[in-house]
Design a protein around this ligand. Structure first.
Ligand code: AMP
Length: 282
């Protein structure tokens, strides 16, 4: 059965032992309640590294006070079965006090890349992400770390973080894994009741529409955004947080669609905030 460690010290000892044998290490950071999206990251990490660490930590500092920290779903037993059957070697499952002991005072804040998309309505979110990911990188010292394109802004931010702070780690992005009907898999999908679950399809439908318009040659961001917005508004349970088109690397808004772009949506379905996106090079 897979090894589960709760302390920084134990993880360091294990990784040090692996490295002394010349083994490579992959890291998959998660908040747990794992599904096939997370599993695709773990699989890729297992294929590309000798040993794989999955961190499972619902990071309190990336949640704002009005968000779902308390209700975020957790199931370590099920998660450990999935990690085990997928070939991971170690789960790092710290308590908040282990990561943020009394007197903790440092934050990693990114100035650019956080002004648009999720950074607009979740202004403290990405400093929480950058801080915890920096800590995980320093604790595990992986050769490679795996992140999903589902959180495309986060992926761009982590790539920038690694460049800016000279982490000697390769960041590997992995494609979005979806349900059969198109809904992007998410731990938060579990919040949806059956009518909300149907309504949530409006996200992937709007993404498909935007993607088709861009593939068909539409060059105006506003035209694509308007069409996607109108479609989402046909769903009465949906409330738009944003529909945006940005440069995929800098996360700055673009008026004309060209180069590597990220089209992203965040939509409340009832009380649940869901995100989806597509990236395309034009
Ligand atoms: P989370 O547990 O939601 O913080 O996600 C942990 C990692 O899994 C992040 O890098 C996510 O982008 C990735 N992830 C979550 N859902 C999916 C999905 N449906 N497809 C691909 N990657 C995903």
């Amino acid at each position: 059965m897979i090894l589960i460690e709760n302390t920084v010290k134990k993880v360091r000892e294990t990784v040090k032992e692996w490295k002394s044998q010349g083994l490579t290490v992959g890291l998959v950071p998660t908040m747990g309640y794992l599904h096939e999206g997370h599993q695709s990251l773990i699989k890729k990490a297992v294929n590309e590294n000798d040993r794989v660490v999955v961190s499972i930590f619902v990071n309190p500092i990336q949640f704002a006070p009005n968000e779902d920290l308390e209700t975020y779903p957790r199931d370590l037993e099920k998660d450990s079965l999935l990690c085990n059957s997928t070939g991971a070697d170690l789960i790092f499952h710290p308590q908040p006090e282990e990561m943020y002991p009394d007197g903790f005072s440092t934050q990693v804040v990114m100035n650019n890349l956080t002004a648009e998309l999720c950074g607009k309505t979740r202004p403290t979110h990405f400093s929480g992400v950058c801080t915890v990911v920096s800590k995980l990188f320093n604790i595990v010292k992986p050769d490679r770390a795996y992140f999903g394109e589902k959180d495309a802004q986060q992926l761009a931010i982590i790539k920038r973080l690694v460049k800016d702070l000279n982490f000697d780690i390769e960041i590997v992005g992995c494609p979005i894994v979806r349900e059969a009907d198109g809904l992007a898999k998410s731990s938060r999908n579990t919040y949806l009741n059956s009518s909300e679950r149907k309504a949530a399809l409006i996200l992937s439908k709007s993404i498909q529409l935007g993607k088709k318009m861009v593939a068909d040659g539409e060059k105006s961001s506003q035209t694509v955004i308007n069409a996607m917005t109108d479609l989402i508004k046909t769903e009465s349970l949906a409330k738009i947080d944003y529909v945006s088109i940005v440069n995929a690397e800098t996360i700055e808004s673009v008026d004309t669609i060209s180069g590597e772009i990220l089209t992203a949506v965040a939509v409340y379905i009832g009380k649940t905030r869901l995100i989806d996106n597509f990236m395309i090079t034009v």
